[in-house]
Design a binder for this molecule. Structure first.
Ligand code: SF4
Ligand code: MG
Length: 331
């Protein structure tokens, strides 16, 4: 079956005073109904910009899609008018942001904000919309939903506000939700609860979910597939358990090594040194080479293709953009 979302060869540039920043440089990924794709990367890797391009909300300084396709339910979103894209955003695609407090309207009660979705997009009466809002609050397990529907965003805790964001995103039962660092601002226990809720609702509604994060630890239990981004490109893509078992890219290996583990005492043997590059000056060849403990001469001149990774006992789809993925896989 055709995927719900199919991003092909996406390029996004930002024009800055200091030159052109290639924020997204040939990204391909797809998501099926019921699938969770985690997009992992450090800040500046292009993971959020890719999501903004899908949503049609690229941020200033003016970002521009310069190449590629974003096929959603078979239609290229890049070819739609602004009006058509708004409709898709209303009913087909929804986004959850990290900072619920700034994404929610501070002067509207939570019940009115949720209800507004049904008034605007479903033409419901205020009364019916309010009842649906309370139902939604129940569904995301906000205690005493009926009483709390009259309260304002600042009267809720961070975790409860993130539940409200999830309720907003789910209100119209979109086919796909993109969640950009949805739990980063929360403490660890609340993170797990919010993530579980998201995974559960996704399952019930058979939605596709894109989970953007810098934290590999957060997505382990909920993702089906992981795409790792570095300097505007996908460097590794794999089913989550295969990626954890044996990373096929030195960058992923470094990320995995930096997760604290109960079974792993002592210091990291393989932490990533240095910082990701400026998108104005991406290193030639493999962009990761200045930080890579496995780098050789060819890495400084030749961009590694996102090659198919195959090995005994695995017949699925897996890729790595490392010239030496075989060695990396062997550990
Ligand atoms: Fe490291 Fe070379 Fe692989 Fe890049 S291509 S990740 S520099 S070994
Ligand atoms: Mg971001």
């Amino acid at each position: 079956p055709a995927p719900l979302l199919d991003v092909r060869d996406l390029h996004v540039e930002f024009r800055t005073r200091d030159g052109v920043a290639r924020a997204v440089n040939g990204v391909d990924y797809s998501v099926a109904a019921g699938e969770t794709l985690a997009v992992l990367g450090e800040s500046g890797s292009g993971k959020s910009v890719t999501a903004q391009a899908i949503m049609g909300i690229l941020e200033a300084p003016p970002g521009r899609v310069t190449r590629g396709e974003i096929l959603f339910q078979g239609r290229d979103l890049l070819k739609l008018t602004e009006e058509e894209r708004r409709k898709v955003r209303g009913a087909g695609l929804a986004m959850i942001f990290q900072d619920a407090l700034s994404a929610l309207n501070p002067v509207l009660s939570v019940g009115d904000q949720l209800g507004e979705m049904f008034v605007v997009h479903r033409g419901m009466s205020r009364k019916d919309a309010r009842a649906r809002a309370v139902e939604l609050m129940d569904r995301v397990r906000i205690p005493a939903a009926r009483e709390r529907a009259g309260q304002y965003p600042h009267q809720f805790s961070g975790g409860m506000r993130q539940r409200i964001m999830i309720a907003m995103a789910m209100a119209l039962e979109p086919a796909l939700i993109i969640a950009d660092e949805p739990t980063t601002a929360l403490d660890v226990t609340v993170q797990a609860q919010v993530m579980d809720l998201l995974a559960e609702l996704k399952g019930e509604l058979d939605m596709g979910l894109i989970l953007i994060t810098h934290d590999l630890g957060v997505v382990a239990d909920v993702a089906d597939t992981i795409a790792v981004m570095y300097a505007g490109r996908i460097v590794e893509k794999a089913p989550v358990h295969e990626l954890y078992r044996a990373p096929a890219h030195p960058y992923t290996r470094g990320l995995l090594a930096s997760i604290p583990r109960l079974d792993h005492k002592g210091r990291d043997l393989y932490a990533i040194k240095g910082l990701p590059p400026s998108l104005l000056r991406v290193p030639p060849g493999c962009a990761f080479h200045p930080r890579c403990p496995m780098a050789r001469d060819v890495c400084r001149t030749e961009v590694p293709p996102l090659a198919r990774v195959t090995y005994e006992g695995f017949a699925g789809e897996r890729r790595s953009a490392c010239h030496f993925w075989k060695e990396c896989l062997r550990g």
